[in-house]
Design a protein around this ligand. Structure first.
Ligand SMILES: Nc1ncnc2c1ncn2[C@@H]1O[C@H](COP(=O)(O)OP(=O)(O)OP(=O)(O)O)[C@@H](O)[C@H]1O
Length: 904
């Protein structure tokens, strides 16, 4: 036995020991009593011979190749391709050739004790980086290496590249209030993947701060959520990053170095012809399984797939094969053949071009696969769907209306199938666009652009896709399929537009459409009208408390009316009123028109929201409270008729309420009893009194009418007679205290909870919901005029300040600040006045040359100013600088931020 064999045998022995996790050169030199350098030399030799696999890291550990490979089962396929099958039956083409070394290294990294090593993958788009990451993870998980217990979580950083804050929020998690709109704590992907593997695709899209945070996590195992300044979280996970950029330039050097293993996945052009053949067969077999029918491919087409230049690599090859199969399948449906044959005219342009001249004469066909799986390929089943309806109609003699409904639902199914195709993006354009030739696509786009004034409905991408796919199928076929001959007319508005489109297409691209194709096009238009906000009708919005109440009520109504006319807006109880207001107003401003808006809300206090939005946006809005289903249906029905004006829709909905609601539920005037919060404890003087004081200080200005009464509850008999008495005089909103009191249906909030977010929020919501319209109306007025009130005040006390300009700036730029710190009305006016006076002083000092004397800072600086605070205020400060030429110093800026934070 020579030295090399001796060493290899020793490694075999050591590797078979329980819990062995690879061997290092030092360990081996000790057990063989040989020089470490000699051992290293032999180890390198053995790895070159593919007998060992090096796991990167320090110290380098060596594993027997057969151990790494044993984790995969090899199987031979009918076409001779050897593929490795992982436990989830994912075939990895190339695992025995171009990808062998890469896979072995990747597996060794994940096997590395105790936690695995972080991996960075690079390679052109579509080479299979995500596929590789998933493959490695599935093996590591199934073998339970390193106790991987969490999940394999994948995320593409490019999806949020335009919004770095959100991107980092997704990865690291968000602390409530981290930025405007961060209404609640969110857990991040790191937390989700803890104990497992996080795959970050397009990792180079992470901004430098994100990269630093990631570096810190990899280095120290700790991280912070966005917006957190003190808390730290621990995580133990492997990160696999992937990038299409050159490795060195993709990441900050610090982060780059933390990836112990860097692997470059080769492009398709560098793979062998044998591997490309395997890929082609693999993808064709998959499509055949989906279609559940014999799939044949002409030799010439096969050759084209093997030779065309495919810059998008395996991803593009797969996409082009799918499109080709879909076209061939479409052809098969129209011809009624009993097999699908891929022919030259099914090939996308870029594949076809490689065919030109030489190969077109070949015509041998070759069966690729037949499968019995029940999973028919979705696209283009519209004809068969329509045929079924036509058959049923003939049998039972349906009336016209129900036939239209069935037809629409068949079309809708077809569209959602097609839609799922467009979800997978190939390069930058949706997949469906590749089905439609450019001349037709351009013509449809131009039509939607030039004739938009003629539509009373939207004609966007969804419509383009549905109509384009259909007309492309018709055009390729060259004649209308018998199956489309249906006699059910589409609604008039769509029919007219379809006729106009037919005229346009004939002129533009000489495409002649027969009557039944025009009819079917009209049906396609009718089925794809999005959100069905008919441009000239009244819009109806439903706003209710709860996570999904509005959505489900609107869902039922829209279903019954057969049209998504009601727009739901859910108001989660945890959401601040200001945030809800913004959402409602944004939605209304995007969709409403001159016909106005009917706002249906669940509680009276929301009535004023409509009034305020109406004032702010200049849109006519009427509001009805205590909404129920009959009201909603009636409002929807009337709004569907474009001629009905806002008053008609409003009255119809109100009458429906009056006609259908039981007498007891009629909207009688809300009893004008004063609202009361009862605080309870065993003495009525201890905690109850303290709670009383706390509530007095913390209650919102909108609820200043609320009385607070501390009472004693007998520790023995829990006597609640005092509550009986109080209830006669007051409307008791809640009982807060240290003794659980369950009195009628009045909510009880334990004192401890009140000081935590949940309890406080609950009380706030109870107060909000119990506000009467008049209470809110008074304050609502005030809300709308806050700025004006402050301006009036400043007009009286300032001489230098341009209060109009100040008002304009503040109205726009102070709003996010108010929302962020959830400032109440009083604090808002106070801050407006404070800032106004400060600017006045600055102007005076500039004019007179006297130094600026600022009022003493009364606050204790216990609150810290975060980057988010500064970011929030910066636009306002910039405005003062640009529009008023007032440059605020850092201490002045900070004093304002402290002041606002203290109000919170
Ligand atoms: N070796 C393989 N065997 C079988 N299918 C593969 C293989 N490699 C890639 N694919 C398929 O090719 C498609 C593209 O691969 P993938 O999305 O992993 O590429 P990528 O390099 O991550 O691309 P991008 O950089 O655009 O995100 C996937 O749908 C995958 O199914």
């Amino acid at each position: 036995m020579n030295k090399l064999e001796e060493i290899y045998q020793k490694i075999n022995e050591l590797s078979s020991e329980e819990g062995n996790n690879g061997i290092t050169a030092s360990e081996l030199s000790v057990s063989l009593n040989l020089e470490r350098s000699t051992v290293s030399r032999y180890l390198n030799e053995l790895s070159k011979m593919n007998k060992l696999v090096k796991a990167p890291g320090k110290p380098v550990r060596y594993h027997l190749s057969k151990h790494v490979n044993d984790t995969m089962t090899h199987s031979v396929h009918p076409n001779g391709a050897v593929a490795i099958t992982d436990p989830n039956n994912t075939q990895f083409i190339g695992a025995d050739s171009s990808m062998k070394d890469i896979i072995e290294k990747g597996l060794a990294a994940l096997l590395y004790p105790n936690q695995g090593l972080h991996i960075l993958l690079s390679g052109e788009t579509g080479v299979g980086k995500s596929y590789l990451a998933e493959y490695l993870a599935s093996i590591a998980f199934s073998k339970k290496w390193n106790n991987f217990s969490g999940h394999f979580v994948t995320f593409n950083c490019a999806n949020y590249a335009q919004n770095p804050e959100l991107l980092m929020g997704h990865i690291f998690g968000i602390k409530k209030g981290a930025y405007t709109g961060a209404a609640k704590d969110e857990i991040g992907l790191i937390e989700q993947a803890n104990g497992g593997i996080l795959f970050l695709d397009e990792i180079h899209r992470l901004p430098p701060t994100g990269q630093e945070m990631l570096f810190y996590l990899i280095d120290k195992g700790i991280y912070r959520k966005l917006g957190e300044s003190d808390a730290v979280h621990h995580a133990n996970l492997v990160i696999i990053g992937a990038t299409t950029e050159t490795l060195e330039s993709a990441l900050l050097p610090t982060l780059f170095r933390r990836f112990s293993l860097k692997l470059k996945v080769p492009p398709l052009r560098e793979r062998t012809q044998k591997e490309r053949k395997e890929l082609l067969s693999f993808f064709l077999r998959r499509e055949a399984q989906k279609m559940n029918i014999a799939l044949l491919i002409k030799d010439s087409c096969k050759e084209a797939f093997l030779t065309y230049s495919c810059p998008g690599n395996i991803g593009q090859l797969k996409g082009d094969i799918q499109i080709t199969c879909a076209r061939a399948f479409m052809h098969h449906l129209q011809q009624g053949t009993n097999q699908v044959t891929i022919q030259e005219d099914n090939l996308p342009q870029q594949v076809l071009s490689s065919l030109k001249n030489e190969l077109q004469t070949q015509s041998t066909e070759q069966i690729v696969a037949v499968s019995k799986q029940e999973n028919p390929f979705p696209i283009c089943s519209i004809y068969s769907a329509l045929a079924t309806i036509k058959g049923e109609k003939q049998q039972i003699g349906h009336d016209q209306a129900s036939s239209i409904n069935e037809m629409q639902s068949a079309i809708n199914h077809y569209l959602s199938d097609v839609q799922s195709l467009s979800e997978k993006r190939i390069e930058s354009e949706p997949a469906w666009m590749r089905f439609i030739e450019h001349d037709l696509l351009d013509a449809l786009r131009d039509f939607s652009y030039y004739f938009k004034a003629d539509f009373t409905f939207e004609f966007g991408d969804k419509q383009l896709m549905a109509i384009g796919l259909h007309l492309e199928a018709y055009r390729r076929q060259g004649r209308s399929s018998d199956l489309t001959a249906n006699t059910v007319p589409a609604p008039q508005i769509y029919q007219l537009v379809a006729e106009k489109l037919a005229e346009f297409l004939e002129k533009r691209i000489q495409l002649q459409l027969p009557e039944n194709e025009i009819n079917l096009t009209a049906h396609l238009m009718a089925s794809t009208v999005p959100e069905a906000v008919h441009k000239d009708g009244v819009s109806v919005y439903l706003v209710t408390h709860g996570d999904s109440t509005a959505t489900s009520m609107a869902g039922v109504t829209n279903y019954l009316l057969g049209s998504p006319i009601i727009q739901p807006i859910d108001m989660p109880l945890s959401e601040a009123t200001g945030v809800t207001y913004k959402r409602i107003s944004t939605q209304i401003s995007q969709h409403a028109n001159d016909a106005g808006v009917l706002l249906l809300v669940d509680i009276g206090s929301l009535v004023t929201i409509g009034e305020t939005i109406s004032r702010d946006l200049g849109i006519r809005i009427r509001t009805l409270a205590n909404v129920n289903l009959p009201m909603l249906i009636e409002a929807g029905r009337k709004a569907l008729i474009a001629e009905n004006d806002l008053n008609e829709v409003y009255h119809a909905a109100r009458d429906a309420y009056l006609a259908l609601a039981p007498k007891a539920q009629l909207p009688v005037a809300i009893e004008q009893k004063q609202r009361l919060i009862v605080t309870v404890c065993f003495t009525g003087e201890g905690t109850a009194q303290l709670l009383n004081d706390w509530l007095c200080k913390n209650i919102d200005s909108l609820d200043r009418d609320v009385a607070i009464r501390p009472i004693r509850v007998d520790p023995v008999n829990h006597d609640s007679s005092m509550l009986e008495v109080l209830q006669k005089k007051y409307q008791v909103i809640a009982i807060v205290g240290t003794v659980p009191v369950h009195f009628h249906d009045i909510p009880y909030i334990p004192a401890a909870e009140l000081f935590m977010d949940d309890g406080h929020q609950r009380l706030k919501k109870l107060l909000e919901i119990s506000r009467t319209v008049s209470q809110v109306a008074f304050n609502g007025q005030k809300v709308a005029n806050l700025g004006k009130l402050a301006k009036k005040g400043l007009d009286k006390i300032t001489t230098e300040l341009n209060t109009d300009l100040f008002y304009t700036i503040m109205t726009k730029y102070f709003e996010p600040i108010k929302d962020y710190y959830q400032l109440d009305n009083d604090s808002t006016i106070g801050l407006w006045m404070h800032i106004g006076s400060l600017l006045e002083k600055m102007l005076q000092s500039e004019n007179t040359g006297r130094p600026l004397v600022l009022p003493a800072q009364p606050m204790e600086r216990t609150l810290s100013i975060s980057k988010n605070d500064l970011k929030l205020w910066e636009p306002l400060f910039t405005q003062f600088n640009e529009k008023m030429r007032l440059n605020m110093s850092v201490p002045i800026k900070e004093s304002l931020i402290y002041l606002a934070k203290q109000q919170n």
